[in-house]
Design a protein around this ligand. Structure first.
Ligand code: HT7
Ligand code: ZN
Length: 892
């Protein structure tokens, strides 16, 4: 497919200042009538009106009430062009669509008998012909007509202005959205739903109606989403002075959805996974995810909807900024909840959130940037925009915004945001517009900073320190280098904020005096702007241990030459919780990779005693919050470790991880059991970081004990599984049993299935757990056999994205050793599944296809086998542009 280039942007020749939409909803033949008021854009080159349309049938089209002359209208590959005269025109269009045949879940589709839409990025053109691009801002009026019995609830964006019965058992509702918006923010829902409602006042005293719409029977699972929405509203008022601008705000849960959720104006549509929660079906992590996704979509109302993107290359303008906002919100919420346990508990809860966010970045985004899909947070080209809702655009984009926040300070950042809204409210703008506001509000030149938007690749920062006893000074020399990425051989130096601390021999932070200033703080922000720079710290009586990039102050790989003793020292003393965790991860990574090398060479695997010692010290340090200890004692993700291997080789890596878990479980069995007993949570379940931290540490203890086959550990897991009253503990115990050689694991899986077979979201956990399972029992069959069998389970369906991600996604992404079995069976299965999925739902197929994009990093044996399957997929005719782009780039 041809590439679309950022440099090809041309403004719209015609603006649509109003759109009147009328839907006669029918599962197989929905008629959509639209009336567009078009106005010539004097600032753009003259051109015909360009309307996009895809997979829809044109029934009728008039211009100013008449049939257009045949030569005034032209069908194009992606729609219609209409030559218009004068300064304005009214176009009326009728189209027919078949929602029942729409398996892509983009445009108008059916889910469990209801009608739902998903229009970002280019789904609106699958509903009617329209200038379906984000800079076409239009006022919408929408009328919905549907069968009253099957679709008693009719929703769209904005305010409900009229509703009533119609003949033939049908009814209608008319909605008006007072704010101009691009078509990607349009939504409708016509279904049989019930709502949880709250009326609250905004900061300025306006009463607004909040609704969470779910299927009947799920109202008892809607409360947490509602609370999260109210908390989000308050936070945006307090933090950014941003208020809800509508009288009504709705969240709707749907079971079939390609992504997490969608910020349609006033009518957010959510994957039910990010709405529904009650203690016996949702884990602490589910609760946390719901809070952050509800917040994310709500925050888009300002960062995305009121100010939107000029074109899709600017996607990070709304996504990076909104992810940063949801991360800050969650950190504040967790910190606030934890405050009851004191200031240190609050700080620790925030640090744990930061660690979670960085884990995602380092695992998913670093890998993306090291592979054939590498792109800057603002890409220069794409073939299929749906492939660019990536970890780079979202997570690295959020890190870039975070760096602005760090460099400008909270107040400077807020001033920049205020200016952004004052200049651009109601507009579709670019990333430059945003950074310009930050620069202007702070009187700061951010030209060099803009390179973060255009350069792909994870920068490497190396550090070298030299202590001079005579001058009592310490010189830190930092260098930066960004490796080449596809299409970008050369990189320029970036602005990299590096938060630095220096630790004294007793483990306490030293006051920092940088030459030419005298602050004496213990963490100092330095700005690395050149390829190499030195910074001198003075008044130091000893050689310090540097603690760099505190809080992960920039999205870079920090290359440090630290020996084991120094890592153990920082594990024990670094006052920065993030860096303390990072020291533990670095040490664990070093140990695992050395064990993997031993496994590959057929040498015996022996875990260094010094590591076990450092690990024990951290684990048993009761001064540290349990949630933090659970983070620090969890080994780095397997996918991350594969990236860190010079040549990715899943089998020896898995052998190394198993050996290390067995050793840590067995050697520290007493410690794990003590921790398990000591951190029991009493009282009814509540979603709270203090309780969640205790549960996380106990689940981890069970996991290590079960891995090592410690009898008492397995008994405790079994007992916890038999008597749980919340899903976090139930699933934690089940996961421990499944990740063991214990024969009890199959019975536990069966019992869980019997109990939850009719609960789709819980069943997803059951699928994911088995697809990601390790073979602790050497006699067990390959996991692929189980995955194939589970595809036959009545609860599984390839038509539901959550099921596909849970079973197939977990197998391909979370189980590298089983996916990459030497017989190549995993790749044949992968190709079969990608091709089958692509015929129904290209977006889902493309996500699954991406599991093999980094294949060139693997061993020659693996590369040979994967290459054959990639070629097999490429050779199939009728491949979607989504999958074709991934395969072309992978093979490229
Ligand atoms: N802005 C939303 C993106 C989204 C999406 C994109 C492509 C295909 C389907 C989709 N569903 C939602 C989600 C968000 O970032 O808030
Ligand atoms: Zn978003």
């Amino acid at each position: 497919a041809p590439s679309i280039l950022r440099s090809d942007y041309v403004p719209l020749a015609w603006r649509i200042d109003h759109l009147d939409l009328h839907f006669n909803l029918d599962p197989v033949a929905t008629i959509v009538k639209s009336r567009l008021r078009c106005v010539r854009n004097a600032l753009a080159p003259a051109a015909p009106l360009r309307l996009f349309g895809e997979d829809i049938e044109l029934l009728d089209l008039t211009v100013n009430g008449a049939q257009p002359a045949p030569d005034a209208i032209r069908r194009t590959a992606d729609g219609i062009e209409i030559a218009l005269e004068g300064e304005s025109a009214e176009i009326e269009i009728a189209t027919r669509i078949d929602p029942s045949a729409n398996t892509t879940l983009s445009g108008l589709y059916l889910s469990r008998g209801g009608f739902f839409t998903q229009c970002e990025a280019e789904g609106f053109r699958r509903i009617t012909f329209f200038p379906d691009r984000p800079d076409a801002m239009t006022r919408f009026t929408v009328t919905l007509e549907a069968d009253t019995a099957t679709c008693p609830v009719l929703l769209s964006n904005g305010n409900l202005i009229e509703q009533g019965p119609l003949d033939g058992g049908r009814h209608y509702a008319r909605w008006e959205d007072p704010f101009p918006k691009p078509s990607y923010l349009f939504a409708l829902v016509a279904a049989n739903l019930v709502s949880l409602e709250r009326r609250v006042n905004t900061a300025s005293g306006r009463e607004v109606l909040l609704q969470v719409w779910v299927e009947d029977g799920n109202l008892d699972r809607a409360g947490h989403a509602m609370d999260s929405l109210i908390h989000s509203m308050r936070w945006d008022e307090e933090t950014f002075g941003l208020e809800l601008d509508l009288d009504r705000f709705m969240i709707v849960a749907v079971s079939d959805f390609n992504m997490g959720a969608m910020e349609n104006k006033g009518l957010n549509i959510f994957n039910s996974k990010y709405v529904l929660a009650k203690p016996d079906t949702a884990t602490d992590i589910d609760y946390e995810n719901i809070e952050s996704v509800v917040a994310h979509e709500y925050f888009h109302n300002w960062t995305g909807n009121r100010v939107t993107c000029r074109d899709w290359f600017q996607l990070t303008l709304k996504e990076g900024l909104t992810v940063f906002r949801d991360q800050q919100f969650s950190a504040d919420m967790l910190g606030r909840m934890a405050e009851a346990g004191g200031e240190a508990a609050a700080a620790s809860a925030r640090a744990v959130k930061r660690i979670d966010d960085v884990r995602v970045l380092r695992t998913a985004q670093f890998a993306e940037e090291a592979g054939p899909m590498a792109h800057p947070i603002r890409p220069d080209s794409y073939q299929e925009i749906n492939n660019f809702y990536t970890a780079t655009v979202y997570e690295k984009g959020a890190e870039v915004i975070r760096m602005l926040h760090t460099l400008l300070g909270a107040e400077g950042f807020r001033n920049g945001m205020d200016l952004y809204f004052s200049y651009h409210d109601g507009q579709a703008v670019t990333c430059d517009d945003f950074v310009d506001c930050m620069a202007e509000a702070n009187g700061r030149d951010l030209d060099q900073f803009m390179r973060w938007y255009g350069q792909a690749g994870t920068p490497r920062v190396t550090a070298q320190g030299r202590y001079d006893a005579e001058s009592r000074s310490y010189t830190l020399t930092l260098t930066q280098h960004t490796p080449p990425t596809p299409g970008q051989p050369e990189k320029l130096p970036l602005v990299i904020p590096v938060a630095v601390g220096l630790i004294g021999p007793d483990g306490a932070d030293l006051p920092l005096r940088l030459q030419a200033d005298n602050h004496g703080a213990t963490t100092k922000l330095i700005e690395l702007t050149e390829a190499e720079q030195s910074f001198q710290f003075t008044d130091l009586d000893f050689e310090p241990v540097p603690s760099l990039l505190r809080g992960f102050s920039a999205p870079v790989i920090l290359e440090l030459d630290e020996d084991d003793a120094r890592l153990a020292f920082r594990m024990a003393h670094d006052s920065d919780a993030f860096n303390r965790w990072d020291a533990a991860q670095r040490y664990a990574e070093r140990v695992v990779l050395a064990l993997a090398a031993d496994a590959a060479a057929g040498r015996p695997l022996a875990v260094p005693a010094a590591f076990v010692q450092a690990f024990r010290a951290l684990l048993t340090n009761d001064g540290l919050d349990p949630a933090f200890r659970a983070q620090a004692a969890a080994l780095p993700a397997e996918a991350y470790l594969l990236e860190r291997m010079a040549v990715a080789d899943p089998a020896p890596l898995r052998a190394a991880l198993m050996a290390l878990m067995r050793e840590l479980g067995g050697a520290l069995a007493e410690e794990w059991l003590t921790l398990y007993k000591k951190h029991e949570v009493s009282g009814p379940y509540r979603y709270h970081p203090a309780d969640a931290g205790r549960r996380a540490l106990r689940s981890l203890a069970l996991k290590y004990l079960a891995a090592a086959g410690v009898g008492e550990g397995l008994e405790r897991a079994q007992a916890q599984f038999e008597r749980f009253d919340n899903m976090t503990e139930g699933f934690g115990a089940l996961a421990a049993l499944v990740h063991s050689a214990s024969p009890a694991r199959e019975a536990a899986l069966d019992a869980f299935h019997r109990r939850y077979r009719d609960d789709a979201l819980v069943l997803d956990k059951w699928f994911a757990l088995q697809a990601g399972a390790w073979r602790w029992d050497a006699e067990a069959a390959p996991v692929l056999e189980r995955v194939r069998r589970l595809m036959e389970d009545p609860g599984f369906s390839t038509e539901n994205p959550n099921k596909v991600y849970a079973l197939l996604g977990s197998f391909f992404r979370a189980n590298p050793a089983e996916f990459h079995l030497p017989d190549g069976s995993g790749y044949v299965f992968w190709a079969e599944q990608v091709l089958a999925l692509d015929r129904r739902n290209p977006q889902v197929a493309s996500r699954i296809a991406r599991a093999l994009e980094s294949w060139r990093r693997f061993t020659p044996e693996i590369r040979d086998r994967v290459g054959v399957q990639l070629e097999r997929v490429r050779s199939v005719t009728g491949l979607s542009p989504d999958v074709a782009e991934i395969i072309d780039k992978a093979l490229g």
